[in-house]
Ligand binder design. Structure first.
Ligand SMILES: [Zn+2]
Length: 169
């Protein structure tokens, strides 16, 4: 089931998330729905707070469904390693219509549980490392705009506020 994606300004994007306590049927359904929602958008990643759930859980697929083994579902993820730096343009399904260049690690290693409760370790470079960092930020109540310099961020936030006011957000 495709779930509505909340947008910048929604409380759930700022709330602290909690660890997923159990791999219940509800959690599996949530993860499946999140993948479906990400593909439908389409996007390369989606974190639980973006569908209004304050759990430490995200899905990522840098192939956007083209690679049958491309879907990564991580529950209670933690960093193993991050190194280097890349500067690329980035956007977010919760901030539609806005992109900005964001500094991210060039390489990232992350571990967490899959839907069967097995520990998984993923190592990513480039776009995958960027996606991991972007989704981990969501789990910490951050969006990519928070990573921008003041002037650039203020400009985008002002434009979003205008859209919110006029009911177009
Ligand atoms: Zn995002």
């Amino acid at each position: 089931m495709i779930r509505p994606i909340v947008k910048y300004g929604a409380a759930s994007l700022r709330e602290p998330t909690v660890a997923v306590p159990d791999l219940t049927h509800e959690v599996r359904t949530l993860a499946r729905d999140m993948a479906e929602t990400m593909y439908a958008a389409p996007g390369v990643g989606l974190a639980a707070p973006q569908v209004g759930v304050s759990y430490r859980l995200f899905v990522v697929d840098t192939s956007v469904g083209r690679d049958p083994g491309g879907l990564i579902t991580l529950i209670n993820p933690v960093w193993v390693e991050r190194e280097g730096m890349q500067l690329e343009e980035e956007g977010c399904l919760s901030v539609p219509g806005f992109n900005a260049t964001v500094a991210r690690p060039q390489r990232a290693v992350i571990k967490g549980l899959d839907l069967e409760g097995r520990e998984r370790v993923y190592s990513g470079e480039g776009l995958l490392a960027r996606a991991f960092q972007h989704e981990m930020d969501h789990l910490d109540g951050k969006v990519f705009l928070d990573r921008l310099r003041g002037i650039k961020r203020d400009l985008i936030v002002r434009r979003i506020r205008k859209q919110i006011k006029s009911g177009r957000w």
